[in-house]
Design a binder for this molecule. Sequence first.
Ligand SMILES: *Cc1c(COP(=O)(O)O)cnc(C)c1O
Length: 367
Amino acid sequence: MISIASPDIGQEEIDAVVAVMQSGVIVHGSKTQEFEEKFAEYCGARYAVAMNSGTAAVHAGLYAVGVSSGDEVITSPFTFVASANPILMQGAKVVFADIAESDFNIDPKEIEKKITTKTKAIVPVDLYGRIYDHASVQSIIKGRDIKIVEDACQAIGAERSGMKAGRFGDVGAFSLYATKNITSGEGGMIVTDNEVLAEQCRRFRHHGQSPETQYEYHDIGYNYRMTDMGAAIGLAQLGKVDRYNARRIKNAETFLEGLQDIPGISLPTEDPSGKHVFHQYTIRITKEYGRSRDDLAQYLEGEGVQCRVYYPKPLHLHPHFKRFGYVEGDFPVAERISREVLSLPIHPKVTREDARFIIDKIRTYAR
Ligand SMILES: *Cc1c(COP(=O)(O)O)cnc(C)c1O
């Protein structure tokens, strides 16, 4: 079976975790701090604040930029639910804006239509490992007091104009979940250049207590702290992130070569001014292929290729969000794309032969 995701945990990670467990400090200690420093350096940010999930990172980011009840926050309906739930956790209203077919990310023109006097922030998502159209979003919000919390959970190491993912907002949020491009088991990270925002995030992950004044609480907070075992895994993984991403990009090149001339198969577009890190390699299956997306998925599974649909239903059509009054037809691009997409295995353990095998199967199954 060629699996859709497979974390690469080896002796280096195992040794690092054992060393932490023997050290006596297992939470929120020097490994976490070292991980934060190296992570900030990797992203080219001044500060990084470790969290225990990507969800916590998005939540802390929203808190730090001041999102609270009564505010509106704009995000994509075509993403993992954790881009939107933290908005509700802050008591704010989720306002969806449709995506662009070209990059699966939020469409800046659609954002413009959704801005009101209550818009406090935008959560653009770097879906599948490609950075959102940052320049257009910036020009739309210019002169307005609207903050950006970049959901870079799928995009560590991605680049645009020489700058790394997570840097295209007031804060950037990362996930280090098992299937992301690098992992700490569970985990997350916030990056920012703003000292005040970094401080707010540090407080928020530790019950609202500022690091300097023990047992003095300034505001509400949560327990979003990272373990040092997680940080040790994350540090080992961070040392390999560029190699991992290079493997993903190589596999994407193989897919491009092998799949580009198959009618009805449309491939993810490259990022002309940057680096797409292919957290997912997501193709679209349209009528000309002669078989349905779901039939192809089932056929590939039968041939030992695990594929997945990210995401089968846009967020606004789930009961959880429908109750805010959204109906089918509100976001036609997201709705259509969700019926067409299929993600193929592309992680670093997928070999060139595996990729060729997958290409061959997709080609033979076409009608
Ligand atoms: C994974 C992910 C998250 C949440 O990260 P967790 O670590 O699972 O909490 C948020 N947004 C996106 C786009 C993600 O892919």
